[in-house]
Design a protein around this ligand. Structure first.
Ligand code: TXA
Ligand code: MG
Length: 340
């Protein structure tokens, strides 16, 4: 199968592919998604095959109109309503009790469904053109960094999917904030562009799941099935070097000296300069860092880096989302630097 590249002025064609049971990758404000008709179980199954995704990991359903929510969810309590009013459309996914018409392939047999209304104009127009809700995970091969550029989708998926919509770079850069609002108290399952503090400003009782920052153990059944799987891993080994500017710089210089025999990369946040390394700028704030992180991890691979040191400091609202992705990419290999 040859993967077609669809420009953003030809979304009608993308809608036709979806209605014929095909797969189309599309840009959203968070990352690129790999979409199929959410009401067509056979089409949804192809997503799992194309990505190499375990079938027990459910998909999020994307909509372009809040009126579609009751068609997908059978219950919505007052907290869920408040969250929907405040954060949809946007980089936000809500988990609700599902309606019976959603195929089991989408929800991996769970009684709940994740619903997301992207704010990105191309995403909303594509979903509207498809005239059906779109089931979509991130458009990467399972385990690799999520794609934030059409070229990253092509790199992973060329020949495996029908088409990709060429919509440029994603604005947020990390996946949506996921909140399970199917029970009495909303629970944050994945940090993203919307912080826990922002969620709590709308529903103060909102809590964070304990598994957000730790590795899920073998026998545990996490509330968010995706938490079990290793994520965002580039080929290079990633080491997070966390702290203030000067100690981080000192430590990375030492590490570069120790790793002279390897091709080393540094993902920078402070504008520090390192002589013997390939440098990519993550950004001066965590909002910028989020936008650039996945693309940078992929670019280090293309440059042949064996090891990547990532400068990091969790100093603003988006910091929790970056930390979650970066720690996973580094398989929790973290060096914390103190001022002295
Ligand atoms: O920003 C995003 O959310 C992107 C774009 C394309 O919308 N999508 C995305 O999908 O990141 P994916 O499949 O890569 O991550 C979805 C996560 C998975 O960890 C999955 O286990 C979890 O959401 N999930 C989906 N449905 C769920 C449900 N009913 N209950 C709990 N977790 C669920
Ligand atoms: Mg994913």
């Amino acid at each position: 199968m040859k993967t077609e590249i669809i420009e953003i002025n030809a979304l009608k064609r993308a809608g036709e592919i979806i209605r014929a049971g095909g797969l189309v990758a599309f840009p959203t404000e968070t990352v690129y998604g790999l979409g199929a008709d959410a009401l067509n179980g056979a089409a949804v199954k192809k997503i799992f095959e194309a990505k190499g995704r375990p079938s027990d990991n459910p998909l999020i359903v994307h909509i372009a109109d809040k009126n579609q929510i009751p068609l997908l969810a059978r219950e919505m309590n007052a907290a869920a309503k408040k969250l929907i009013d405040a954060f949809m459309p946007g980089p936000f996914t809500i988990i609700l009790k599902k309606q019976g018409n959603i195929p089991d392939e989408v929800t991996a047999g769970l009684d709940t469904v994740g619903i997301r209304f992207p704010s990105e104009k191309t995403a909303a127009e594509f979903i509207a053109a498809a005239k059906t809700p779109i089931a979509a995970p991130s458009a990467n091969i399972s385990g690799r960094p999520s794609p934030t550029r059409a070229e990253d989708v092509i790199f992973d998926m060329d020949g495996r999917i029908d088409a990709v919509i060429n919509g440029g770079a994603c604005g947020v850069g990390v996946e949506s904030t996921i909140v399970d609002a199917s029970g009495p108290v909303p629970v944050l399952l994945r940090p993203g562009g919307i912080s826990l503090e922002e969620l709590q400003s709308v529903v103060p009782e909102t809590i964070a799941d304990k598994n957000i920052m730790q590795t899920v153990s073998e026998n545990e059944k996490p509330r968010c099935p995706g938490m079990k799987y290793r994520h965002y891993a580039p080929k290079a080994r990633v080491v997070v070097v966390e702290g203030e500017k000067e100690p981080v710089q000192k430590k990375i210089r030492e590490l570069l000296e120790e790793n002279k025999d390897k091709i080393a990369g540094v993902l920078t946040m402070y504008g520090n300069v390192y002589d013997s390394a390939v440098m990519i700028c993550g950004g001066a704030t965590n909002t910028e860092y989020a936008k650039n992180l996945f693309a940078a991890l992929r670019d280090f691979d293309k440059l042949g880096a064996d090891i990547v040191f990532a400068e990091f400091n969790e100093n603003d609202g988006c910091g929790a989302a970056v930390k979650n992705r970066l720690y996973k990419a580094a398989a929790h290999n973290i060096i914390r630097c103190c001022a002295k």
